[in-house]
Design a protein around this ligand. Structure first.
Ligand SMILES: [Zn+2]
Length: 407
């Protein structure tokens, strides 16, 4: 009976507003929602305003939960030439997220795994090294932090460049470049890189809640990280449309939905937009160490990251840990003809559900499959998402959350 009732839901058009939210969160003023130009804080303020607009209430009188973490940023100059050829940041190369800054012209030399000591002791050369040599250096007590070498170009094998967020910086500038871009005839490298390391950068999680009508002390929690990688220099933005403006837009769609009187939930609902996920799940880790509501009051947590596709279905992390809930989600999907498939996966430390489930909170991380391949690069833009399955995904989540409150 309950299941039949749950299936009776009109298809709601959420994707139009979601596209507006994603395009706004990925616009240049948000500066890639990282730690330059105050991007992370602008995004947090936007989410807070949306929470306020739909009538959510703050938790313990505060919308923000602040915390600090170490981060390396690249706020200014970003120039690199091989020989006479100036390369384009983001397209041709990435500065390593933990690179030092500096301005130099250096001769280039190649080093293989038998040359590690030469590489570490040599003080006037920029070395070109392979991924394998780089890993050897990393393993030997992070010798890149202390090497006397003046710089390194790391030649990476994959077909695309993928950036991330760095903490403690190396002692030298390090660049990543594809084999196809690297000019082996170049005799020297010139670079001018502005880098700034913050040992304790302050950022914030954003929280809002709706009190449940029947069991207000039990919570369904929806989470999504709103941070991304920020900028690499003054011009190169990492917009993070699929990762994770899309999940943030889904979080906002759910907050708006449950704020409407006829959708008022039986359980309380908590919405958390995490920061510093890309720096190592730091916002959610901090929350689980400093919870504003008892973790034991969480009936179930649904983490949304990479929510912008779905043409090839969804994957549920922790499916094997919470089999009953997975079977419920899967059967709802089949009955609703919502998404093409629901894949199951075990535990993974790959998004903000992780520290919750490690502390015994029942949690799924659900991500969508299909769509454009862009990830952690300059191409993950709002116009690469179609949101063709966004409404179906939304309806599946709300039906699942409804069913969880019957259990
Ligand atoms: Zn993400």
């Amino acid at each position: 009976m309950a299941l039949l009732l749950l299936l009776w839901q009109p298809l709601q058009a959420q994707h139009v507003q979601a596209m507006k939210d994603i395009c706004y969160l990925t616009s240049p003023k948000m500066a890639g929602r990282g730690y330059v130009k105050n991007g992370h804080h602008k995004a947090a303020c936007f989410i807070r305003e949306q929470f306020k607009l739909c009538g959510l209430t703050p938790v313990s009188d505060k919308w923000f939960q602040q915390f600090t973490f170490p981060v390396t940023t690249f706020p200014g100059k970003m120039q690199l030439s091989l020989g006479d050829k100036m390369l384009t940041p983001g397209e041709d190369y990435l500065v390593h997220p933990s690179s030092a800054g500096g301005k130099k012209t250096l001769p280039l030399a190649f080093a293989d795994s038998t040359d590690l000591n030469r590489l570490i002791e040599n003080s006037d050369t920029c070395f070109v090294i392979s991924q394998k040599v780089y890993e050897l250096l990393r393993q030997s007590e992070d010798r890149l932090l202390y090497t006397k070498t003046k710089g390194a170009i790391l030649i990476t094998e994959p077909k695309k460049l993928t950036w991330s967020v760095g903490a403690q910086p190396f002692g030298i500038p390090v660049f990543r470049m594809l084999q196809s871009v690297f000019d082996s005839s170049a005799k020297n490298i010139s670079f001018s890189i502005s880098q700034h390391f913050y040992p304790a950068f302050q950022t914030q999680n954003v929280l809002g809640m709706i009190r449940g009508s029947e069991q207000p002390d039990s919570f369904i929690v929806f989470t999504a990280h709103y941070d991304h990688l920020g900028m690499m220099g003054r011009k190169t933005i990492f917009p993070g449309a699929n990762d994770n403006a899309s999940g943030t837009a889904m979080l906002l769609a759910l907050a708006r939905h449950y704020s409407i009187a006829i959708n008022k939930p039986k359980y309380s609902m908590l919405f958390i937009a995490f920061s510093a996920e890309e720096a190592g799940l730091l916002g959610s880790k901090y929350y689980t160490e400093h919870p504003l509501l008892p973790l034991a009051s969480i009936h179930f947590l649904i983490n949304l990251d990479l929510a912008g596709n779905g043409s090839e279905g969804i994957t549920v992390v922790n499916a094997t840990e919470f089999k009953n809930q997975f079977n419920l989600l899967d059967s709802l999907n089949t009955a609703m003809h919502a998404l093409p498939s629901v894949h199951q996966r075990g535990k993974a430390r790959n998004s903000d559900h992780y520290y919750f489930s490690e502390k015994g909170v029942p949690a799924f991380f659900i991500y969508t499959m299909g769509g454009a391949p862009w990830y952690h690069d300059i191409h993950d833009k709002c116009n690469t998402l179609t949101l063709s399955h966004f409404d179906r995904f939304f309806n599946l989540i709300t039906s699942f959350a409804e069913a969880l409150q019957y259990k």
